[in-house]
Design a protein around this ligand. Structure first.
Ligand code: FUB
Ligand code: ZN
Length: 515
């Protein structure tokens, strides 16, 4: 379904991505040696620099470039895309393999599937090829290589990613071998065949088959990418999603911060025990929040249940957006809920910045769905067009959303909007049907006070503030959206803090808010 974001909040964030983040990403990825690594793989001379999975930073950045070039042409972005596409074409081995950490060093391929990320990197390359058509032949050769190498021989990657990439490629090409391999990677996992890490098979998400796994555990991004791939495979094969739905509930009930961020075990980048979500020690990696957005989007499409759209929104506006500074190219890798945001221009392990870039560049694809019988459902609100409907709004600063459509449309009323109106009539949270023509949805943007779950010991008795989709925080005494805080912040505050005075003193007007 065609969708565009033309103005307002998300248009601003995407323009910033296009004008600032993606070009700066080129510089950083170049400085890290990743272009040179490709050149060395292509020429057969030179040394490899950086982490074993550093190719994936470039692949995610190319994916963002591809999306942006579809959004609108740009000579500068085109130059970047042309250069890197030529390098990838040149670097690809005759049999389709492409991973510079192995091609340049001469290390034996697939010698350590648990840790060395080759299939993961190639999964990201497949996604890049799907976003940037000139790269699609490279992506297909990569996928064909993986099919030839792994369909009838054991093995799967310690870091899931290729599963979801292969299903995407199957959907784009109709080539069943890609779906079969994605299924095989999902099925082979969970039998404890990978070496244990930190004393268990949970870290690499290999303790129990995903079809039986009713909890989320281990490394957050691995777990959530696996769940994306499994949701895709099961959806394609019309298999039940029961275990995945139970795992989602386990994640939401006690393993998710109010921001939608996940992961409390910073040492292992992992999910912790239920209710072990102390705000000050949050790990909440930006990539983990992005992975949660991806998974919620898939579950939403598979089930049509509004709870997935609600969590997607919470995570997007809070757990994801906090990962990049509002006005400059600086990122956070982990995200505290109490303390000082730790934003940096780049990282040695730079997984998060290009992941943000590709999500922002493709955000229009997460706004709405269309059922097989043509029913258009709008889940997230941004000024632009979705499936032929026109949306105008100052959301998330204001709650009014104007929709013009020449067919019936279903609109999401977020769970947080206690008092919403459609054309002046009260409507309850969930989905509401609107007639063709002009519709006005008014969401309830009053301040909300949220009480902490008493099962989280460190915040028992505390409250947090929310407005619209934003979780707020106290930043040096001022109440601001958590995602935009720059200085020491607190999301949870003791109840004795005066709610009204905090609110009255500090909520930014639309005019002064960052837009
Ligand atoms: O291992 C690749 C990426 O680096 C993971 O997804 C992140 O959590 C970081 O560890
Ligand atoms: Zn990351």
């Amino acid at each position: 379904m065609r969708a565009t974001i033309d103005d307002g909040f998300w248009a601003g964030r995407r323009q910033f991505n296009r004008d600032v983040l993606i070009p700066d990403g080129e510089r950083r990825i170049r400085e890290a040696g990743t272009f040179d690594n490709l050149r060395a793989a292509a020429t057969g001379s030179g040394t490899h620099r950086g982490l074993v999975y550093q190719d994936s930073d470039l692949h995610k950045w190319v994916e963002a470039l591809g999306w942006e070039l579809r959004n609108a042409p740009s000579p500068d972005l085109q130059r970047m895309a042309d250069e890197v596409t030529a390098l990838l074409v040149a670097a690809q081995a005759p049999d389709g393999y492409l991973d510079t950490a192995f091609q340049v060093t001469g290390h034996e391929r697939y010698r350590n599937l648990a840790d060395e990320h080759e299939i993961y990197c190639m999964g990201h390359l497949i996604e890049a090829g799907l976003a940037h058509p000139p790269l699609l032949p490279v992506a297909r050769r990569v996928a064909d290589h993986l099919v030839a190498r792994f369909t009838d021989r054991p093995g799967f990657c310690g870091h899931p990613e290729a599963e979801l990439a292969l299903v995407k490629l199957y959907r784009a090409t109709g080539e069943r071998a890609y779906l079969n391999l994605a299924k095989a990677f999902v099925d082979r996992r969970g039998h404890g065949t990978l070496p244990q890490r930190y004393g268990s098979s949970a870290y690499l998400v290999d303790r129990v088959p995903v079809r039986e796994q009713t909890v989320v555990e281990g490394h957050c991004v691995r777990q959530l990418y696996l769940n994306c791939g499994a949701t895709d495979v099961f959806t394609e094969l019309a298999e039940p999603l029961d275990a995945l739905l139970a795992a989602w509930e386990d994640m939401v009930d006690g393993k998710t911060y109010i921001t939608g961020g996940v992961g409390s075990d910073r040492a292992h980048e992992a999910f912790g025990a239920p209710f072990e979500i102390a705000p000050a020690s949050a790990y909440a990696e930006t990539c983990a929040a992005i992975a949660s957005v991806f998974w919620n989007w898939r579950l939403l499409q598979a089930t049509g249940e509004v709870r997935f759209a609600d969590l997607l929104e919470r995570t997007l506006y809070n757990g994801v957006l906090v990962g990049v500074a509002f006005d400059r190219s600086e990122y956070s890798y982990w995200n505290t809920l109490h303390g000082t945001p730790d934003r940096r221009p780049w990282f040695d392990c730079a997984c998060c910045p290009p992941n943000l870039m590709r999500l922002l560049a493709s955000l229009q694809t997460y706004l709405a769905t269309e059922s097989e019988d043509g029913l258009l459902t709008i889940h997230q609100y941004a000024t632009g067009t979705v499936g032929g409907a026109h949306v105008r709004t100052e959301y998330p600063w204001e709650g009014r959303i104007e929709i013009d459509a020449d067919r019936p449309v279903r609109l999401r009323v977020p769970a947080w909007s206690a008092h919403a109106q459609l054309n002046g009539r009260p409507v309850a949270p969930g989905y509401v049907d609107a007639d063709p023509g002009h519709n006005t949805l008014d969401l309830d943007m009053s301040l909300r006070v949220v009480e902490a779950d008493p099962r989280v010991p460190s915040i028992r008795g505390d409250v947090a503030f929310e407005r619209g989709p934003f979780v707020l925080c106290l930043e040096e005494g001022t109440l601001v959206p958590y995602a935009f805080a720059e200085r020491p912040l607190r999301v949870w505050v003791p109840q004795k803090v005066s709610r009204q005075s905090v609110w009255a003193a500090s909520w930014p007007s639309t005019a002064s808010a960052p837009t």
